[in-house]
Design a binder for this molecule. Structure first.
Ligand SMILES: [Zn+2]
Length: 101
């Protein structure tokens, strides 16, 4: 089981790899930091703003986003996390438009 202890947007003080796209972000980047207890140990994961928003569109596995969830979704395409997010945003906007009476 996974328990979220804190969820915050931070300005990083060192390099962090984004959980979603697996890209490295330099110190001073704005990233989302989530601290968890997972199987008894505490740890933090960082996601870039695009991958953080992608969580709205990508279903977690067992309530947990697997490492590389954005990377896997765009692998083999020429999409960046940002362009992939843009595509999902416009798709979901169209879908919700169709549901209007
Ligand atoms: Zn990312």
């Amino acid at each position: 089981m996974n328990e979220v202890i804190s969820d915050a947007t931070v300005k990083t003080r060192k390099n962090h790899i984004c959980l979603g796209c697996l890209q490295s972000f330099p110190p001073g980047s704005i990233m989302h930091k989530q601290t968890n207890i997972f199987e008894g140990s505490i740890g933090s994961v960082y996601t870039c703003p695009a991958c953080e928003e992608l969580k709205k569109y990508i279903d977690p596995e067992d309530g947990w986003w697997m490492e590389g969830y954005t990377h896997d979704a765009i692998e083999g395409t020429d999409e960046s996390p940002e362009s992939y997010l843009e595509k999902l945003r416009s798709t979901s906007a169209q879908d919700s438009g169709k549901e209007e009476p």
